[in-house]
Structures are given as structure tokens and as C-alpha cells.
Design a protein around this ligand. Structure first.
Ligand code: BG6
Length: 493
């Protein structure tokens, strides 16, 4: 990683500063950073919105958001007071009344670093950057943070990147993918490149296939409007799942430096074999949740969620088979899967090793679940390796898969920071290693676009799966075609 410098006094301006993301993630994470001594005493947070809130309103709202955040177990009143004192609100009507820009200019201090966080839909990012530029606020050294979705296809992503890039050069643009801020994701790189034993096995000779899963028990909640324009492919696959795939598959970078890491990720995206023509039906499956029961609670189907039409082809579940056409991975399928309202939430990367080339233990059946390395992002971050061992006892030799388990919570006494804490800290110290470069985002769209176009050009619709189930049957057929199964179906007996 590029050298971390100490945080400096910064004006952190959050557009969309009173919205859902700010209240659920950004402000609580900033509170935690403040509590742990990672914010400079002079750093201030300026929330920008059209809401016309007073500073006192913003502080009340933020106080409730901090208190309600699961990672903030005990609120320290002095810290909360100090944190709330850093906050102020400025009303800016982007694209409307220009007086807001002058008010924002008046709230900023030319002596501080400047970070503009765009927690807003991508189509207004360009207007915000033009407004900042027009008001002379995008000073040299100021940085801009962009949230996903970064467009809805390659063309719109280019348009957003062009508009932001007209004001901020690439070095000053931080594109967030919060999965890259998760502790286990960073640990994946350490696991691969700080240990010697995995690398010789990390290729098509010894790996049969890889599974990358991010499933959730929650539905779309209050985000039906956004989700109808997105679907699981744009919301999760184009960014989070492909980033996990890149980190799993990339070649060792020469150093842990932002360009070196991102160059290697880009090469993986560029090596993805396009999924087009008949391959779309064979290598992809999509579903939409119907009504059902999740963890004992009856829940609506997607079409009954408020805020969207009663008929919609939006997919809430996607399963895919991807191939990386290079020497290391030729012939190794990467199965990706994500979905909402399934029975179990899990985010994990499963590396399934091949069987031994020759068994000297005849009569010992191939045991399901053996020979897998599971890198678990959530819940219970950890690394789990299953290997075969002999079951104790005389008589016929019997083999059984046994786990080797590394639980981060049990091994380390320190708390794992929230993904947003980590990434906000990186923005404040100017380290963009864990952020996406423009060419990566565009390469990901280049692979995803033809699949979405193919779905849209057929009469087929996503298959309905009951909420609380393991997802659509199509996802099981997709992996089952080659005699493989999803990881949860092969737990050791
Ligand atoms: C977001 C998606 O990027 O990631 C959400 O927009 C999804 O739809 C969320 O729920 C999942 O993140 P996490 O960290 O809870 O796995």
C-alpha cells in the first residue's frame, strides 16, 4: 500500500449528507474514527443537501444514527459531543438556485485539505463537480469520492467519469467499492502474497473451481425505486463480486502500491471471456424473490415491495459461470452468485481444490466438502480449510473431512473496523489502493453489458424463488451441469 500519512485537518463535504447512506454508514463510521483517535482535531464534516436543515437538526439526526449503529456498542457521550461539534449543514440545490454554492464556499476553510464525498445518484455527479469548479472550490489537492452505481452501463459510466474527470484528475478521484474495505478481503491478499504455501497451488493444475457468493436475508427495503433501475447484476455483480474475483485471480503485483494492484486487477477483468450468444442461457441464471418466510418471519415478494410497479423483470438473484482466459486459470470455472431474501446470508470465496491425482486409499469414497479453502467475509470473518483425515479406530480405513479454522474474532483481540471506516480513513490520508480506477470500472461494464442486453432481448423473465429459500432452481442447474454443487450443500458430514 502507498505510504499512509497522518490525517490532516480536512473539510469533508458530503453531498447527500442527510441521506440513507450517510446516516447508515458514513456518519457512524466517522464517529468511530473520531472515537479511535483517527480524525485530526481540526477536521469538520459539512453535510450538503436540499433539505434546509439547521446544524442542530443535522446533529440530532446524526446522534440517533450513531446510537442506532450496530458497531457502536457503547456511545461515549464526550466523544459524541466532540464529533457532533464537527458537523454543520449547508443547503445547496444542485442545478437550481446558485446561491448555495456561495454558502458552501463560505463554510470552507482555504487552509484545510478538502474532500468532496458524492453520496448521490451518479447522474448528478457531473453537475456537482461543475458547481464546485464554478465556485472555485475544487482547489488543487482536493479529492472527490464517488459512490456506486458508477453508471448503469459502459456508456453512462463513461459519461459520469468524463464529467467528473473534467474537474478532478484521475489521481484525485476515489471510487468506492465498500467490499474492498472489508477486513477479510484485504486479508485475502495477505493470505495469498505473504505466505509461500498457497501460491504453488493457486492455478488450474490444483484448483477445480472457485465460488464467490454474497447472499443476503434482507430484501430491497425502502430502495425499490433505485433497485428497479439496477437489479442484482448492476448492484452487486458489476462491482463487489467482480472485485472479489479480481483479488482472487490476479497475479502477484510487484508491490502493494495503488497502481501495481490496480494494474493486476484490470488484467483479470480484461481476460474474462465474454458471455454472449447461447452462452448467456447456459452460463447465467436470474431470479426474483416471491413471498416467503425468512428466519421465521413472513415477508413480501419483490413485486409487493413499496415504491415500484406491480410488474417488473428486475432480478434480485444472479448466478453466473465466468471464465478467465489466461494461463493460470484456463478451464477453471468461477461461479458467482448473489441474491436478496435467501434463507442464509453469507459472503464467501470458496476455492475448491482438485482431488489427488492417484488415491492410495482404495474404497474411500470421494468425500463431499473435502479440499476447500473458504475465505469468509461475513458473518464471522475467518478462513476455513477442510482437509481429509483418518477417522480414529481400528478396522477399515475411513476418511473424513476435518476443518482447520481461523476465526478473526477469536484470534485477534482488536475490533475489525467497518469497511467504511477503513475507506474513509484512506480517503483522508490520500491512499487510493483500495479504490477502483476508471479503466477497471469500464472493463467490468464491458463484460456485464452484453449479458444484460441478452436478458433484455429475450422473452424470458427471472424465475421466482420463495423468500427464505436457497435461490432459484436455475442457479443449482447452472452449477449442477458439471456435477458440482454450491458450497453449503457439501458441508462435511
Ligand atoms: C450495496 C448494495 O452495495 O451492498 C446493497 O447496493 C447490498 O444492495 C449491500 O445490500 C451489501 O453490503 P454488505 O456489506 O452488507 O454485504
Amino acid at each position: 500500500m502507498s505510504q499512509q500519512s497522518a490525517p490532516r485537518p480536512t473539510d469533508l463535504v458530503v453531498f447527500g449528507g442527510t441521506g440513507d447512506l450517510s446516516m447508515r454508514k458514513l456518519l457512524p463510521s466517522l464517529y468511530l474514527l473520531d472515537r479511535d483517535g483517527h480524525l485530526d482535531g481540526g477536521t469538520r464534516v459539512i453535510a450538503v443537501s436540499r433539505d434546509g436543515l439547521t446544524d442542530a437538526d443535522l446533529r440530532d439526526k446524526t446522534s440517533s444514527a450513531v446510537r442506532g449503529h450496530p458497531a457502536v456498542q457503547v456511545v461515549e457521550p464526550d466523544v459524541l459531543r466532540r464529533f457532533l461539534d464537527r458537523l454543520s449543514h449547508v443547503t445547496v440545490d444542485v442545478g437550481g438556485d446558485p446561491s448555495g454554492w456561495a454558502a458552501l464556499a463560505a463554510a470552507l476553510d482555504p487552509g484545510r485539505d478538502r474532500v468532496f464525498y458524492l453520496a448521490v445518484p451518479p447522474m448528478i455527479s457531473g453537475d456537482i463537480c461543475r458547481g464546485l469548479d464554478g465556485a472555485g472550490l475544487a482547489t488543487p489537492g482536493s479529492r472527490v469520492v464517488m459512490e456506486k452505481p458508477l453508471g448503469r452501463d459502459l456508456a453512462s459510466s463513461r459519461a459520469v467519469n468524463d464529467a467528473v474527470g473534467a474537474v478532478f484528475d484521475e489521481q484525485r478521484i476515489y471510487r468506492i467499492d465498500h467490499y474492498l474495505g472489508k477486513e477479510t478481503v484485504q486479508n485475502l491478499l495477505v493470505l495469498r502474497f505473504a505466505n509461500v504455501f498457497l501460491e504453488p497451488l493457486w492455478n488450474s493444475r490444483w484448483i477445480d473451481h472457485v465460488q464467490i457468493t454474497a447472499t443476503e436475508t434482507v430484501g430491497v427495503g425502502g430502495r425499490r425505486g433505485y433497485y428497479d433501475t439496477s437489479g442484482a447484476m448492476r448492484d452487486m455483480v458489476q462491482n463487489h463480486l467482480l472485485q472479489l474475483l479480481c483479488l482472487t485471480a490476479m497475479e502477484p503485483p510487484a508491490s502493494y502500491d495503488r497502481e501495481a494492484v490496480r494494474d493486476e486487477k484490470l488484467k483479470v477483468l480484461q481476460s474474462l471471456r465474454p458471455v454472449t450468444g447461447d452462452r448467456v442461457a447456459e452460463d447465467t441464471a436470474r431470479g426474483q424473490y416471491g413471498r416467503g418466510t425468512v428466519q421465521g418471519v413472513e415477508v413480501h415478494g419483490y413485486l409487493d415491495e413499496a415504491g415500484g410497479p406491480a410488474v417488473s423483470d428486475t432480478e434480485t438473484f444472479v448466478a453466473l459461470r465466468a471464465e478467465i482466459a489466461n494461463w493460470r486459470w484456463a478451464g477453471v470455472p468461477f461461479y458467482l452468485r448473489t441474491g436478496k431474501r435467501v434463507g442464509h446470508a453469507r459472503s464467501e470465496i470458496v476455492i475448491r481444490f482438485r482431488e489427488v491425482p492417484h488415491t492410495i486409499f482404495p474404497g474411500t469414497d470421494t468425500v463431499p466438502g473435502a479440499g476447500s479453502l473458504v475465505i469468509r467475509l461475513q458473518p464471522d470473518e475467518g478462513i476455513h480449510l477442510t482437509m481429509l483425515a483418518k477417522t480414529p479406530g481400528a478396522g477399515a480405513l475411513r476418511l473424513r473431512p476435518v476443518p482447520l479454522e481461523l476465526s478473526f474474532a477469536d484470534t485477534f483481540s482488536t475490533r475489525s473496523p467497518e469497511a467504511y471506516e477503513r475507506l474513509l480513513m484512506d480517503v483522508l490520508t490520500g491512499d487510493s489502493t483500495l479504490f477502483m480506477r476508471r479503466d477497471e470500472v469500464e472493463a467490468a461494464w464491458r463484460w456485464v453489458d452484453p449479458i444484460i442486453e441478452a436478458w433484455n432481448s429475450t422473452d424470458t423473465t427471472p424465475e421466482t424463488y420463495p423468500a427464505g429459500s436457497a435461490g432459484p432452481e436455475g442457479a443449482h442447474r447452472l452449477i449442477g451441469r458439471t456435477g458440482r454443487t454450491w458450497h453449503e450443500e457439501e458441508q462435511p458430514r
